[in-house]
Write a protein that binds this ligand. Sequence first.
Ligand code: NCD
Length: 327
Amino acid sequence: MADSCRDEFRGQHILSASQFTRGGIERLFALARRMKRIANGEIECTVLQKQMLGSFFWQESTRTRLSSERAFRMLGGEVCTFTDMRFSSVVKGEDIPDTYQVLSHFCEIMVVRHPETGAVAEGAKFSRKPVISAGDGKGEHPTQGLLDVFTFQEALHGVDGITVTAVGDLRDSRTVHSLGLLLGLYDGVTLTCVAPPELQLPNEFVRKYRENSKGRLTIRTVESLEDGIADADAIYMIRPQQEHKDEDQQALVVEMYRQLCLTRDKIKRCCRKQHVIVTHPLPRNREISRDVDSLSGALYLTDQIDNGILVRMALFLLVLGKEEKFV
Ligand code: NCD
């Protein structure tokens, strides 16, 4: 069991949430919990000394980049950051195969974000070092999915049987795309998708969820936020993904979002579960009202961010084959 789980990570590119097994995720989460004492400064760690993380973000990022870089440094590693394509040789006509082969020489592992769907996986084919996707266009964001499920696990003391209500622009949200794939690894999870038809989860992902979960995941489609959150254990809010819309669609999406704003009052009135948690990959626009922030179940500005560092620390150790020291 331990060996097959290790193979799932060791030396692998991390490109899609569909590549994980439940056993692998449990191993990752167990290791993430052990990272707490390092992350809070109780123990010093040098296990990644002389290892370099290539942090290549060719699209905006705050949390994913800083979280990945902090995670790597906490384990004693070094980081080289490259965030502006305009200063890379791509501008001089360097192609993807050459770019990734060259980047492989400067690091032991790389975290890459790219605005085009599929571009990270394409580049990984030419990389000599493991590539961890930090989000590709409107494709996937596997490490965000992992930290989201870890957040559910820790806050709700288990993921089997929970109801997760995802609200907003599910069509173009790569974080939801990865999240649903992971939830399908658990037993009896219901994913309630709240969005107008124009912003619902693409059929391609509904199909992938069904395949990946072998039918275990129940997917419900709902238009009203009030109905959608009624049975939720966890609410997962998404901002409008305006970068994937043309001008006309953008105005329409703003209009649609008027119905989707989560407020403290709606939570109090509509949620039947006492301890509902509220999560968001961030950045937030206006889809969560500020009066939700102080609820004890609002985790998007607190635990969810800290969990991202723990999960990425654990993932680096597993992919680089350095986890033994902590087991
Ligand atoms: C998300 C992203 O970039 O996909 N943010 C993140 O990584 N935490 C979510 C978003 O931009 O809506």
